[in-house]
Design a protein around this ligand. Structure first.
Ligand code: 4AZ
Length: 256
């Protein structure tokens, strides 16, 4: 996250930290994600370079994490991964991460996955009728870089606030032109001061609608970070309600 501030996981209790075991057996941070039910994490397809063939045994997911390089056993919940499902139509042949969405199924421990606490909660997904209007301010959070070009990721969870851009602005030739598909939207600051950055991908963009918070976006890509005329690009979560329901067996965006 560029230009935001240090946050706590209690303010983003649905955030998931996805790790992969390297050849030398170290746990390396890979991506952000979000907890959409006790046993399912939503993230970006491009977090898995080998697609659905990526071995789930190599991955782990930590919930309730404040600091990347410290472990607080009193609040963190750690899980092995049972299954990785990358969207069948994920396509980066045009360099724009189309259908950048994936699911991870957590392996239950003693019959249970995530346990709700002050630091671990499930995020609500919007139904397709819930449309997010341009101009709305949404929050993003992650453990990614604080500046493009730094070699290290953020030590602590950080947050920032970005505005949703109208599609015609984001598709303007001065912006991203034809790279933006109907499965994406852009968000950024009018002064380009805050943005997601490398390492934040897979994490959630959450907006308030009718007094409740919903995850409308998955941090996906962008040309650099917090660069003029280069807003962050997000996967449009509402396009994947049916896909998520099919793969997980959950009910998404049901009115309460
Ligand atoms: C990345 O490399 C990345 N500024 C994520 C988001 C953005 C840029 C890069 C948006 O994961």
């Amino acid at each position: 996250i560029v230009g935001g501030k240090v946050s706590t996981v209690e303010s983003h209790p649905w955030i998931a930290a996805i790790f992969v075991r390297s050849k030398s057996k170290e746990k390396v941070f890979r991506c952000g994600g979000s907890l959409i039910s006790a046993c399912w994490v939503l993230t970006a397809a491009h977090c898995f370079p080998h697609g659905s063939h990526d071995k789930p045994q190599r991955f782990s997911v930590t919930l309730g994490k404040n600091a990347l390089n410290e472990t607080d056993r009193t609040v963190e919940q750690n899980f092995r991964v049972e299954k990785i499902i990358v969207h069948e139509d994920y396509d980066n042949s045009e360099g724009n991460f189309n259908n950048d969405v994936a699911l991870m199924k957590l392996k239950p421990r003693r019959g249970k996955c995530a346990a709700e606490s002050k630091s671990v909660k499930i995020v609500c997904l919007p139904s397709p009728q819930q449309i997010i209007q341009p101009g709305v301010t949404c929050e993003i959070a992650g453990y990614g870089k604080e500046k493009q070009g730094l070699w290290y990721k953020s030590q602590y969870l950080r947050e920032a606030w970005v505005n949703v851009f109208a599609d015609d602005v984001c598709r303007h030739k001065d912006y991203y032109e034809n790279l933006i598909t109907d499965n994406m939207f852009c968000a950024g600051r009018l002064d380009w001061s805050q943005d997601a950055c490398e390492g934040d991908s897979g994490g959630p963009l959450v907006c308030e609608l009718d007094g409740r918070l919903f995850q409308f976006g998955i941090i996906s890509w962008g040309d650099g970070c917090a660069k003029e005329l280069r807003p962050g690009v997000y996967t449009k979560v509402t396009n994947y309600k049916q896909w998520i329901e099919e793969k997980t067996g959950l009910r998404v965006g049901a009115a309460l």
